[in-house]
Design a protein around this ligand. Structure first.
Ligand code: FES
Length: 352
């Protein structure tokens, strides 16, 4: 590495010269290099940008505590919007401050680095480490305590809008037990159908109409987006819906591969699987009728509905959880029970 004065493009004789080396432009000092007031102004702008970041992070935290997530759509949207805006501005403030700091205040030296083998020799590594130290010194952070404080404050607060809601929502429940259960196993009055053996099961209903589905409504190849009947009456509608959504598909029974322990989890070729991808939780909903493949649009995990929703492609590590279903005495599809395993990303499975 060398400065402009030391740079010589013809220093390496094995590199053929194909056109005249135009050299580098004459270096012009920046206003902040020659005018102390401009330098001070630039410093204030950087502090101001860090301050914007701090205020945005604080606003996001305040909004998290002030806007109650009481199940109303308005509050849910408001909380999401303010948290998102606070987080975004918090990060943006730090980013813009860092760029302005680098462009206006850090030492303005033109350097040229010629290509070389990737692994430096020991001397080169020592020089690289020294360059990092020089870089820190160049940034002037030691001489500018206000800037240092502003940077520390903004960087310390910026992660909080992520961490505080995470900790607040999980509370003591780091085992995320609420994701182990959905309301498919609950059967409040008016939501279930009776089975021939005297037990009851929650009816499967169309999403979002909440109308129960008869097995005879489901033709081969058709797909239904399904919620538990009566879900619209639930207190935590969105949370429960996010966990309980199911995709219902009817195949020719001869195309279904079923293990003995799941032999009675389907009804006449009708199968129901969680729509929450086992990779990182996107909704899987792109069904290919010919191949019986179900595709997750986020990272292309593909599940074979004809073979217990096993993963045939992509980053997901386990099949989609299957909802055991049957029909009640009136011909409506009902869940035999809740899912028998946690829904969602494989992470929860490992915490068993
Ligand atoms: S969330 Fe479905 S593949 Fe990543």
């Amino acid at each position: 590495m060398s400065t402009l004065d030391q740079y010589d493009a013809t220093a390496s004789p094995e590199v053929p010269e194909r056109f005249p080396n135009p050299g580098l432009e004459q270096h012009k000092p920046r206003l902040t290099d020659v005018d102390p007031r401009a330098n001070k102004r630039a410093e204030r702008i950087v502090v101001l940008l860090f301050l914007v970041s701090v205020l945005a992070s604080v606003a996001a935290l305040v909004a998290y505590f002030l806007i109650p997530l009481d199940g109303t759509l308005f509050n849910l949207r408001l909380s999401t919007a303010v948290l998102g805006a606070g987080l975004g501005l918090g990060m943006l403030g730090i980013g813009m401050a860092a760029i302005h700091w680098a462009k206006a205040l850090m030492n303005d030296t033109v350097r040229v680095e010629l290509r070389h083998a990737q692994r430096l020799d020991d001397e080169g590594r020592r020089v690289a480490a020294q360059m990092m130290v020089d870089g820190v010194n160049d940034s002037g952070i030691a001489r500018r305590p206000v800037l240092k404080g502003a940077l520390a404050g903004a960087a310390a607060l910026a992660p909080l809008p992520i961490l505080v809601p995470l900790v607040g929502n999980l509370g003591d429940d780091w085992n995320v037990s609420k994701f182990r259960h959905t309301i498919w196993g609950d059967t409040p009055e008016g939501t279930f159908g009776s089975l021939p053996d005297g037990s009851v099961g929650r009816r499967l209903a169309r999403d979002p109409e909440d109308t129960p589905i008869k097995a005879s409504d489901v033709t081969i190849g058709s797909v239904f987006h399904v919620i538990p009947h009566g879900l619209t009456e639930e207190e935590h509608y969105y949370e429960e819906k996010a966990k309980a959504v199911v995709l219902l598909v009817r195949l020719d029974p001869r195309d279904l591969k079923e293990s003995p322990e799941k032999a009675d989890w389907s009804y006449d070729g009708i199968v129901a699987y969680s729509k929450i991808c086992t990779h990182v939780g996107c909704p899987v909903a792109l069904y290919e009728q010919q191949t019986h493949h179900l595709l997750c649009p986020c990272h292309q995990s593909t599940f074979d509905i004809g073979d217990e929703a096993k993963v045939v492609f992509g980053p997901a590590k386990r099949p989609l959880p299957q909802l055991p279903i049957t029909v009640d005495t009136e011909g409506y599809l009902v869940a035999r029970s809740d899912f028998r395993e946690p829904i969602g990303p494989s992470f929860w499975e490992r915490l068993k």
